[in-house]
Design a protein around this ligand. Sequence first.
Ligand SMILES: Nc1ncnc2c1ncn2[C@@H]1O[C@H](COP(=O)(O)OP(=O)(O)OP(=O)(O)O)[C@@H](O)[C@H]1O
Length: 247
Amino acid sequence: MQKLKRHLSKVASMGALSLSSVSKFFGDQVGVADLTLDIEHGQTVVLFGHNGSGKTTLLRMLATLSRPTAGTISLDGTPLSRDRPHLRDEIGVVSHETYLYDELTARENLRLHARLHGVDPDRCAERLDAVGLTHRGSDPAGEFSHGMAKRLSFARATIHDPEVLLLDEPFSGLDRESRGRIVARLRDLDDTTLLVATHDLDRGFDLADRVLLLADGRRVGDVTTATCAGPAAVERTYERRVAGSTG
Ligand SMILES: Nc1ncnc2c1ncn2[C@@H]1O[C@H](COP(=O)(O)OP(=O)(O)OP(=O)(O)O)[C@@H](O)[C@H]1O
């Protein structure tokens, strides 16, 4: 019984992120300033803010692609570090960089990433289908349009069912159908902690449990969507807070 309880409490905390006084500076330039934040397992948090507000900087630190200048980030209680590559098996990243090999076909790209993460490559067919690319599975990724490459990149980033999925502007450059497919896949990921940086608050709001408002690297708001009127209200709050912090 004790063993089962321990197992259940471990499962319940998987994908929980904790940031403690995290800052990132680029010389004198502030990327992220003194951010303390807890994100529960399975929560979807949208990062919203003007250009240069720190969204990508925060996602890159969570992806272990860059180190905080100060502070600590933990996943399920373990500090993230570039020296712990196995933590990357628990994190998926969809960003401007597709991490695809142009000369490999779509199917080969997925199979390669499945093998790199030690998961069964047989799941690739289903994942390719989920992003609507079965008919292009034998084509080299280098021949794909921007939107198709982004859909494939999404399938690549989620091939190993990561605990945490980080998405930087996942809807940009996608047509309605492609956006719909990605949104549907994100809705299916109940058990995954999602952080989505987007300017598309209409779409982001529908997915989000929380919207974290960033300005000049600082948190200027943390809105629970269940108790909020809608995306327009979030944008108004944001503009008010930004005006308040600069005025
Ligand atoms: N490699 C870098 N070198 C110097 N400054 C950087 C670097 N990366 C980010 N910054 C600075 O950090 C701040 C936050 O940038 P970041 O890219 O995180 O913003 P963002 O919210 O993602 O913006 P956008 O909406 O335009 O994508 C900006 O002032 C930016 O100039």
